[in-house]
Design a protein around this ligand. Structure first.
Ligand SMILES: [Fe+2]
Length: 419
């Protein structure tokens, strides 16, 4: 049985000074009490959270230790081939029993008092349970079946694994929404995935700033020298923004070389370096793939835990793991498809150099998020202005000159937290 901790109604007044979500109070990025409520409401209840790709644990007993919010969990392939997600918290004293990030196990044994668990979380062994030389031990009413690991609800969807602490969570399809499922399934259409590698970074910013970053189609052509100069993402490209009816998830969809030469989007933009060329053009050896069906980039935020990225031939999940209100870990898992040619695998890996903590593009995002967090912390009564494209929250858009997706997320945030 899942153990749930209910959060009590907030005691402090709402940090929002007015209706709507075109102004975001700095406190949502730094307030400890709000952060605790976010974990409960978004990561531990009512949301499917990303934990793994199935290809990370191909064999029986393979496991991956990861996090949902600030709680450690283990994703493990059971003997029957199914995937279990178990809380990495011993049923005895609560110790995090598995410290290795990846491995293969027949059982999990807590180092503290050696309680042992099967791959489905059932308690299999308790040392000294029956006492020693007739003395001590557990009482007659101690039942092994009452002390298994907390086992989460799991959804494996075409190779990507989500889990939830919430027994009453809605079906995965309705969680992602009918609006977003087609583009979600464009990447995860049932083809076997292959693991290409990882990047990890710790960003000293609030976790929501990363969600905002990928709900913000306005910045890539301004902040990122690489995007605007080499035409991977520009405001004059054919593009579309999708959002689920509740405003929490979104997709930014764009097609390279579809707009092109509108000088309005580069005039005065200091990051546009017209004369810059690549020393090694293989980095931009983009090959159109049949499954794209047009768009060359689809950036998806599945609230709250993950971003699914396709930027030309590079594919990644980016897991968001909060660590208090002021920082989060960001784990990039780069992947391809099992039927990729060796050339395509090499191309995906080369283009992955755009991303990760030192990526030619993503380096910038980590840095500006930290700059924003510094202001949020130093000016707790300040606000951010989110008015590009109007003040409406969370409506789809046929262009990218808008912050509607961010307003949509905060509409959902205010509704869910009662702020
Ligand atoms: Fe960016």
């Amino acid at each position: 049985m899942n153990q749930r901790i209910e959060w009590s109604p907030v005691k402090s007044p709402s940090p929002f000074k007015q209706d709507g979500t075109h102004r975001i109070p700095n406190r949502v990025y730094s307030d400890v009490e709000l952060h605790a409520r976010e974990l409960e409401a978004f990561f531990y209840k009512a949301h499917w959270c990303y934990v793994a790709l199935e290809c990370e644990i191909p064999n029986q007993g393979d496991y991956k230790a990861t996090m949902i919010g600030e709680r450690p969990v283990i994703v493990v392939r059971d003997r029957d081939g199914s995937v279990n997600v178990l809380e990495n918290r011993c049923a005895h004293k609560g110790a995090k029993f598995c410290q290795k990030e990846f491995g293969n196990a027949k059982v999990f044994v807590c180092p503290y008092h050696q309680w042992g668990y099967r791959l489905n979380g059932d308690l299999a062994g308790v040392p000294m349970k029956n006492g020693v030389a007739g003395q001590g031990g557990m009482g007659a009413d101690f039942k092994m079946e009452d002390h298994g690991l907390n086992r989460l609800k799991v959804r494996v969807h075409n190779g990507i694994v989500f889990a939830s602490f919430d027994d009453d969570i809605e079906p995965f399809e309705s969680f992602v929404s009918a609006e977003l499922m087609p583009f979600f399934n464009r990447t995860f259409d049932g083809r076997a995935l292959t693991l290409l590698g990882y990047n990890r970074q710790r960003i000293r910013g609030n976790w929501k700033l990363m969600q905002e970053n990928i709900k913000d189609p306005y910045h890539p052509g301004l902040l990122h020298v690489f995007f605007v100069t080499f035409g991977l993402w520009r405001a004059d490209q054919k593009s579309e923004l999708r959002i689920d009816p509740r405003g929490r998830h979104a997709q930014m969809i764009s097609t390279r070389n579809s707009g092109g030469e509108n000088k309005e989007v580069t005039a005065g933009v200091t990051s546009f370096k017209e004369s810059m060329i690549l020393e090694d053009p293989r980095l931009m050896d983009v090959v159109q793939e049949p499954w794209w069906g047009g768009p060359t980039a689809v950036m998806q935020t599945i609230f709250p835990s993950v971003i699914v990225q396709q930027q030309v031939n590079s594919l990644s999940t980016r897991q968001i793991i909060p660590r208090g209100p002021n920082e989060f870990d960001f784990v990039w898992t780069h992947f391809g498809f099992a039927d990729d040619t060796p050339e395509m695998t090499e191309r995906r890996l080369k283009q992955a150099n755009l991303f990760g903590p030192a990526g030619l593009v993503s380096l910038d995002d980590g840095e500006v998020i930290e700059y924003c967090q510094q202001a949020a912390t130093a000016y707790p009564d300040g606000e951010c202005v989110v008015e590009l494209g109007g003040k409406d929250g969370g409506v789809a858009s046929p262009h990218m000159v808008t912050e509607t997706l961010i307003r949509g997320m905060y509409r959902y945030y205010r509704e869910t937290l009662g702020l």
